[in-house]
Design a protein around this ligand. Structure first.
Ligand code: CDP
Ligand code: MG
Length: 677
């Protein structure tokens, strides 16, 4: 352990700051006592105080994994689960996947020896399907609960139920802000009632960690700006030329914006004199390849200042040392759901005051720092106090499907931490019903509904994949590849030499008139035929790592189907399948099959400029530049994803369909709509 210092061992680099020096170290005994005594412990402490990395180690030391039980630590984001697991494994001197491991969707790095498991909150929900009481865990820590992610909120509700049945389980909820009382009250029995002999007062405790933080000076801009990317670049250059040493952390909203900023910065850096200290720009966002993530945590080389351009991830989930300057755009990309239109978009919205405070705090971890807010003080005062819980602004269909599969039949009266508006629940039930997952009594259908719940895919894709097994579509092999490609977090096409032209040319090589799904299928096929060749990927501007991942995901999805009794070994090219499908050619069968799941995401092409309108004609959508239909024509399309950037709604992964198919596969949705028009 790092705190048993040996004079002969060279001093470890700063990265290995002994955990004994972390603020949480002095609280070890108190924490262990509290966790042992009370079913629920709420831990509140500033980011970086050691909650995530040290609490699981304390539990190990206490011997709570002795009888083969495990400790689970949930994270709202995959990137946090993997990076923290790596860190803890390193601190314990064990290989990742041995004593310490992680598990995220489609990637399980654990073994029979694993005692501490980091996983996404969504994945722990899935584990409840096979192990409803989560019996394999002695301690479950729900980390970053203050973020109020949809899955962690649902998880807290379910853990409350599990605690009513399991006397031996210990739940730790960790939170960076002061929502502690609310969490504790949620778990505690009602006044006058007892759970396992424990009254409200005896049910849990809050443990606060006194963090060592330094003052952060906050500066606002005087004149509001309408281009915070440019303002951020200016602020970075100002800091670099006129402030003392120290790394910079910039909060932006998304990957594209971060890449743009890095491009802009590149031009400015090129103009810098060679005598000046260097500036090293590093992106940080979900979906960034693991090795690229690691650079962010490494110390900058000598005579170099690091600038990390991050999404909201760096606000609380991951800790980066040596940040002295924070630049806050004042915006965040949040998932919001329009229940009326039934569309989920990622919107760029102003942050809450709580977020702004948390962001500023990142500058004062190791010494006094400065935070530059790219908005005025008046704007700050007008911000919401806290961020809206995700459950109140999301498409609830995926979680409701999970809850129903867990046997929770009354999803309206479920014990939510913050109940979602009833319109969101109704909308989700409607969607699940039209997808065939529910019957008219809102019960899961068998086997379709239960299988949709089991598949680790969003309900619409799960339905598409299950449809592909039907004789009329007979395209299960193709759909497995398409679904696997759609789960990838990073882009499939990448410019290896930075040349956008090469990227576009490669994209064109694989694209077909039916749309993006078949294009993705072509890419996947070509990659497999090349023998997963790295050279092939180089030549075709493809992301080798992503494609390797797609192969693995495809295998896992195929395993689910095999368990459902579907024969996925037969390769449907032509022959009996085509006959079974009434002679309909394969590409059309695939597009029809996509319509059976994606019908609620339909749009009609409007102009020659890549614009579309929603079925009700009220909302304009734009084909994403990566889409085949950015250039080509179609009448109707279905799409997989929608995102909003700078006030424009883009749709991604489009395939051409016919209105007749939509009416055929989703009569209750389209007949009604048609009738209304
Ligand atoms: O969870 P909390 O924010 O309270 O702290 P933590 O994530 O446990 O971090 C404790 C310390 O470990 C911080 O000082 C980080 O510098 C360090 N750490 C790290 O260097 N690399 C990681 N991937 C995670 C943590
Ligand atoms: Mg943490």
């Amino acid at each position: 352990m790092a705190d048993e210092e040996d004079p002969d061992v060279p001093i470890l680099p700063d990265l290995y700051k002994p955990p004994a020096l972390l603020p949480i170290a002095q609280l070890k005994d108190q924490l262990l006592y509290t966790i042992e005594t009370y079913p629920v412990t709420i831990v509140v402490g500033a980011t970086g105080s050691g909650k995530t990395t040290q609490i699981p180690k304390f539990c190990l030391d206490a011997g709570w994994c002795a009888d083969g039980k495990q400790i689970a630590v949930t994270q709202p984001r995959r990137i946090a689960a993997t990076s923290v697991a790596a860190r803890v494994a390193e601190e314990l001197g064990t290989l990742l996947g041995q004593r310490v491991g992680y598990s995220i969707r489609f990637e399980d790095v654990t073994s029979a020896n694993t005692q501490v498991k980091f996983l996404t909150d969504g994945l722990l929900l899935r584990e409840m399907l096979v192990d409803p009481l989560l019996n394999r865990y002695s301690v479950i820590m729900v980390d970053e609960a203050h973020e109020r992610s949809l899955s962690s909120d649902i998880l807290l509700s379910l853990l409350k139920k599990v605690l009513r049945k399991r006397d031996d389980l210990r739940v730790v909820v960790s939170s960076a802000t002061l929502e502690a009382e609310r969490f504790l009250n949620f778990f505690a029995p009602d006044e006058g009632e007892k759970v396992h002999g424990k009254s409200k007062e005896e049910y849990g405790r809050i443990v606060g960690i006194q963090g060592r933080t330094y003052p952060v000076e906050i500066q606002y801009i005087i004149e509001p700006t309408n281009n915070y990317v440019e303002a951020a670049v200016d602020a970075i250059m100002n800091i670099h030329t006129s402030e003392s040493d120290g790394d910079i952390l910039v909060f932006l909203t998304g990957r594209e914006e971060i890449d743009d900023t890095i491009d802009l910065l590149g031009d400015r850096i090129a103009d810098m004199s060679s005598k000046q200290q260097k500036l090293l720009t590093l992106p940080l966002y979900a979906g960034l390849p693991t090795d690229a993530q690691m650079f962010v945590f490494q110390k900058a080389p000598t005579n170099t200042r690091k600038v990390i351009l991050s999404t909201n991830i760096a606000e609380a989930s991951v800790t980066i040392d040596d940040i002295v300057y924070v630049i806050d755009s004042g915006y965040v990309k949040l998932r919001t759901y329009d229940a009326r239109l039934g569309i989920e978009t990622l919107n760029v919205l102003p942050v809450s005051q709580a977020s702004a405070t948390q962001r500023a705090g990142r500058a004062g971890r190791t010494r006094p720092g400065k935070c530059f807010r790219l908005y005025t003080e008046e704007t700050y005062k007008s911000l919401e106090e806290a961020t809206f819980p995700e459950i109140q602004r999301s498409n609830l269909a995926p979680v409701i499907l999970q809850l129903l599969n867990l046997g929770i039949t009354n999803v309206v009266r479920f014990d939510y931490l913050s109940p979602p508006p009833s319109s969101l629940i109704t909308r989700a039930l409607d969607l699940l019903y039209s997808l065939g997952a529910l019957d008219i009594h809102a019960r899961l259908t068998k086997p379709l509904g239960t299988r949709m719940a089991e598949l680790p895919l969003p309900p619409q894709l799960a339905r598409t994949l299950l449809s592909s097994c039907a004789p009329q579509f007979s395209c299960v092999n193709e759909m497995l590849s398409i679904c696997a490609m759609l789960t990838l977090q990073s882009p499939v096409f990448v410019a290896h030499d930075g040349s956008k032209a090469a990227l576009e040319a490669a994209r064109r090589r694989f694209s077909v008139r039916q749309g993006d799904h078949l294009t993705l299928y072509n890419v996947f096929q070509a990659f497999v035929s090349s023998g997963a060749s790295v050279l092939f990927c180089r030549e075709n501007a493809l992301n080798h790592k992503s494609l390797v991942r797609a192969v693995s995901v495809r295998k896992q999805l195929a395993a689910y189907l095999s368990r459902f009794g579907v024969d996925v070994s037969a390769t449907a090219v032509c022959g009996p399948e085509v006959l079974a499908a009434g002679g309909v050619p394969l590409p059309e069968r695939i597009c029809r099959c996509l319509a059976t799941g994606l019908f609620a995401h339909a749009a009609r092409m409007k102009g020659e400029d890549g614009s579309f309108v929603t079925v009700d004609g009220k909302t304009v959508l734009w084909a994403h530049p990566s889409s085949v239909f950015f250039h080509r024509k179609a009448e109707w399309v279905v799409y997989t994803e929608m995102l909003e950037t700078k006030g424009k709604i883009y749709i991604r992964d489009l395939s051409s369909v016919e209105m007749d198919w939509l009416v055929e596969y989703a009569p209750e949705v389209y007949r009604v709509r048609e009738g209304k028009r």
